[in-house]
Design a protein around this ligand. Sequence first.
Ligand SMILES: Nc1ncnc2c1ncn2[C@@H]1O[C@H](COP(=O)(O)OP(=O)(O)O)[C@@H](O)[C@H]1O
Ligand SMILES: [Mg+2]
Length: 240
Amino acid sequence: MRAPASDLPLTLSDAVVLGHGVTILDRLNITFAAGAPTLLIGPNGSGKTTLLRVAMGLLPLDGGRIAWGGRDASPPDRRAIVFQRPAMLRRSAAGNVRYALAAAGTPRAKRQERAVELLTLVGLAPLAQRPARRLSGGEQQRLALARALARNPDLLLLDEPTASLDPAATKAIEDIIHSVAARGVKVVMSTHDLGQAKRLAGDIALLHRGRLIEHTPAAKFFSSPRSEEAGRFIAGELLV
Ligand SMILES: Nc1ncnc2c1ncn2[C@@H]1O[C@H](COP(=O)(O)OP(=O)(O)O)[C@@H](O)[C@H]1O
Ligand SMILES: [Mg+2]
């Protein structure tokens, strides 16, 4: 069997999303290429979640173009998304991962071994038999990562995966993101935690009111922001 073509680079050209008379994404031009994680930052309502849904192919554009690996129509074989509050199936942690593996077409005989690998990667092997809905918020978020990785994506989209987690649970998620990225998976992730953006990002994309204000390597973004909005955001001012 031929490996499916890569979803990378993902390119948006003049991408527009409209909703009830408002412009949610405003002529966005951005490319997500293989490499270190891209962190999407910006205030609430700036369009981060919308951009991630577009990138997954869940939301059509009202204008402009999107291409995955140069193809403008692409089955979601090589990408996965984890939402802010992932829904857990009424099964064990391992059962949730096996279900995702089945959905991804993993042969039955390989699922158990692969489920153990994925649960180990996210630190949940000891809780494999625990009902998923009885896991803590942080554990559920890690299980959601394992399910997403069951698809063997080359592009992993994460929408504020640590938004409601305490520092220890946040660190566990960040450690997983580091190791996933080190294995060559491109991570595109939203956050409104600047510290987290500093810890994880190769590059930063700042959105404000549906527009891409700045997209630069992380070190440059924090040391010499080009835009007034970025300067204010880094200084901790509220962008409204
Ligand atoms: N389906 C929708 N219909 C209309 N407006 C929407 C829809 N989804 C999101 N919005 C609006 O689009 C803007 C961007 O939302 P969102 O992408 O969720 O931003 P963020 O994730 O950065 O907080 C917000 O003003 C939000 O209210
Ligand atoms: Mg959001």
